[in-house]
Design a protein around this ligand. Structure first.
Ligand code: MRU
Length: 340
């Protein structure tokens, strides 16, 4: 079963995604400090998975609090929540999950602390279970957009590892494969951290979905020469007008798709839509270390001291997006997420 974390015998285990595809290793997360570190280092990544992870990190961090003082407990709550919130700024699911636990804790403030602690852990389980269900619904919604014998391109990893299980964009692709649609996937390797080559290629291998790995700069060529039917990707945050932040390189993929008149789809759970911001201009883009560009797997590929930047995401304007597929339905431009 491909999923990024498991609750087993009262312990939280996450797949260390930095070791994939060659080393599948589970590591135990004891508290928020372990979890914040794991999120920062991309051991667990992908917007929905980060949300689930943050909820567990908060619940586990607070489980350690045994002093019995309500005021201090809620002070710790805010400190831990802030620590987790700061790990990665772009995925809206992170703050969404933390706020959900905060609202719940406030509503149950009158209860004894052990009860509140248990309720918070249950809520983390619920967030995980709901995400799995949303992915299944997204996969069913998206199936209607995939023709038989489809060639599709995907970018980054929006699969089981990036969500509760199954994935968003990859969930649709796997569902189409399981419905015998004879789908073939072109997987962008996704520089700089290679989530496509390391994670999506690994997931598709496990699921026996036919695919071909390409470097990112081949995408327009592949569109021009391989009769591509659709591009399907995930997103980390979608503004009220449909502008969508996703892994760096998504924007150029959308431009190339429009040039070739290829439908460009984004698949997300409703928890990735941020109705509080009007446009993509308000989305904070995470800036990571330039060494992600000057090195591959710790090996330098550029002159020592070479200047480099590593913005983790870019924003694709809504006008380049053919449809946004959610568990609640398929949205088309002009985007209004009224029932989300
Ligand atoms: O930096 P990452 O690996 O967390 O980036 C992940 C992506 O950009 C995914 O496409 C996005 O989170 C959607 S995952 C269903």
């Amino acid at each position: 079963m491909i999923q990024p974390l498991f609750w087993k015998n009262e312990r939280l285990l996450i797949v260390d995604q930095t070791g994939l595809p060659h080393d599948y290793k589970l590591i135990e997360i004891h508290d928020h400090l372990d979890m914040a570190d794991a999120i920062r280092r991309l051991m667990i990544r992908g917007a929905p998975a980060i949300g689930i992870a943050a909820a567990y990190g908060l619940a586990l961090g607070l489980k350690k609090y045994t002093a019995g003082e309500h005021a201090e407990f809620f002070r710790q709550f805010d400190l831990i929540s802030t620590e987790l919130y700061k790990t990665r700024p772009t995925a809206v699911n992170l703050g969404w999950a933390l706020n959900r636990l905060k609202d719940l804790a406030e509503r149950q403030r009158h209860l004894p602390l052990p009860k509140i602690q248990a309720i918070l852990l249950e809520e983390a389980h619920r967030i995980h279970a709901e995400d799995i269900q949303m992915c299944q619904q997204i996969a069913a919604q998206g199936l209607t957009l995939i023709p038989d014998n489809a060639n599709v391109i995907t970018h980054c990893n929006a699969g089981g590892l990036a969500t509760g299980r199954l994935g968003t964009a990859l969930g649709i692709i796997i569902n189409a494969h399981q419905h015998s649609k004879n789908i073939h996937v072109f997987v962008d390797e996704t520089r700089p951290v290679l989530q496509g080559a390391r994670l999506t290629a690994w997931e598709l291998t496990q699921e026996k979905v036919p695919f071909t790995l390409i470097s990112d700069n081949m995408a327009a060529y592949v569109m021009a020469t391989r009769s591509i039917d659709a591009v399907i990707v995930g997103a980390d945050r979608i503004a009220a007008n449909g502008d969508s932040a996703n892994k760096i390189g998504t924007f150029s993929l959308a431009i190339a798709a429009q040039y070739h008149r290829i439908p460009f789809y984004i698949a997300v759970p409703s928890s990735s839509i941020d109705p509080t911001i009007q446009s993509g201009a308000e989305i904070k883009i995470e800036e990571r270390q330039g060494t992600e560009v000057t090195e591959i797997n710790g090996t330098s590929i550029a002159p020592i001291g070479c200047p480099a930047i590593s913005p983790a995401f870019d924003v694709t304007p809504a006008r380049l997006i053919t449809a946004i597929i959610t568990e609640r339905g398929i949205f088309q431009p002009p985007y209004h997420f009224d029932n989300i």
